[in-house]
Design a binder for this molecule. Structure first.
Ligand SMILES: Nc1nc(=O)c2c([nH]1)NC[C@@H]1CN(c3ccc(C(=O)N[C@@H](CCC(=O)O)C(=O)O)cc3)CN21
Ligand SMILES: CC(C)C(=O)C(=O)O
Length: 318
């Protein structure tokens, strides 16, 4: 296989102490610099962790913009968490583009990536180019993410050759849930870990600027991160030593009521706030304590009397 590197592998040049950020704790700067691929590669070199988060609409994109997210991903998890499908394979390209357009309108600084939906790149590199061009031109994203290892290397090469940056995604591949008999941790045997490493190296050679590592042992996440030259690793359930982390918006905010994988941490409890807000609203409508006169408009003085004369109508309620 021409994509496989011969051993011994290239030297591991530096090992970062990755459990502590080298960036100072920062508030939200008023103006943010545009994040580019060069910037992301610089962050990998400097061991400055990359924070990636999904967004599916204008307000979530604005929140990523305002609060320091480096990469905003319009993930195909939108199929489940926004659209109520039971699987990401149900999402169409048109649905994805519709959401990308909303996210793009709220996103300036973060590097903006969209998942290529299931079926939009499997038929071959030319089909993938056609569909990726739609995501860039109509959706307004800067790069595409595609799931898969060796079998998509030619597609990654073709996309990067025509100028569309590619983020790869290996390990647990949600679009293959049926083939994999469910969402399962990947790369747990020596052979499976070797295959993941070889895929990562081949995808980097093919031009991928970053690689998502999903649900793999942290040792494998660390090893692949060390072995790659410039491509940044973004982990989701791949341990603490990858170049960055990604989570799904609804998992972070606590608004997703479905199954929670082990790698999820809830950083907000928006679900509780939503429950409080909806219940209070319904109650205040029912007991007529909403709206008050201050939340209503008045007729100018005398106009209501004129209205009764004009129409011959009388008020029914006092
Ligand atoms: N809300 C949400 N969060 C996600 O992270 C996510 C989605 N949706 N939808 C698309 C995919 C599906 N993902 C998933 C879904 C389930 C597991 C899961 O249940 N993992 C098991 C592994 C069990 C094992 O093999 O040992 C776990 O319990 O962590 C993992 C990733 C990640 N993506
Ligand atoms: C969880 C991330 C990596 C993803 O692929 C998605 O949101 O669909």
């Amino acid at each position: 296989m021409s994509y496989l590197r011969s051993y011994p592998p290239r030297q591991i040049l530096s090992v970062c102490r990755r459990w502590m950020s080298v960036r100072p704790e920062e508030g939200t700067p008023l103006t943010r610099k545009k994040i580019t691929i060069q910037h992301l590669h610089g962050m990998k070199r400097e061991c400055s962790p990359i924070a990636m988060l999904t967004a599916y609409d204008f307000p979530t994109a604005r929140a990523c913009e305002a609060h320091g997210v480096d990469i905003t991903l319009v993930g195909d998890s939108l199929a489940q968490v926004c659209l109520g499908y039971d699987d990401t394979t149900r999402l169409t390209l048109d649905e994805m583009i519709h959401h990308c357009r909303a996210v793009a309108r709220g996103s300036k600084s973060p590097f903006l990536v969209a998942d290529m939906p299931f079926g939009t790149y499997q038929a071959g590199p030319e089909d993938a180019v056609h569909n990726a061009v739609r995501l860039v031109r109509e959706g307004g994203v800067e790069a595409v993410k595609i799931e898969g290892g060796m079998e998509v290397v030619d597609t990654v090469k073709r996309l990067t050759t025509v100028g569309i940056p590619v983020m790869s995604h290996i390990g647990l591949l949600p679009q293959r849930r049926a083939m994999l008999s469910g969402y399962r941790v990947q790369g747990r045997s020596a052979e499976a870990a070797r295959d993941l490493l070889n895929s990562a190296l081949a995808l980097e050679d093919a031009g991928a600027f970053a690689i998502v590592l999903e649900a793999i042992p942290h040792e494998v996440g660390n090893h692949i991160t060390q072995r790659l030259g410039h491509a940044a690793t973004i982990g989701i359930g791949a341990g603490w030593e990858t170049d960055g982390q990604v989570l799904v918006w609804d998992d972070v905010m606590g608004t997703w009521g479905g199954h929670q994988p082990k790698f999820v941490r809830k950083f907000g409890d928006v679900r509780l706030e939503v429950e409080k807000g909806v219940r209070a609203y319904v109650q205040r409508v029912r007991n007529r304590s909403f709206p008050t006169p201050l939340e209503s408009y008045d007729m100018p003085i005398g106009e209501m009397e004129r209205f009764y004369q004009l129409t011959g109508e009388r008020a029914n309620r006092p």
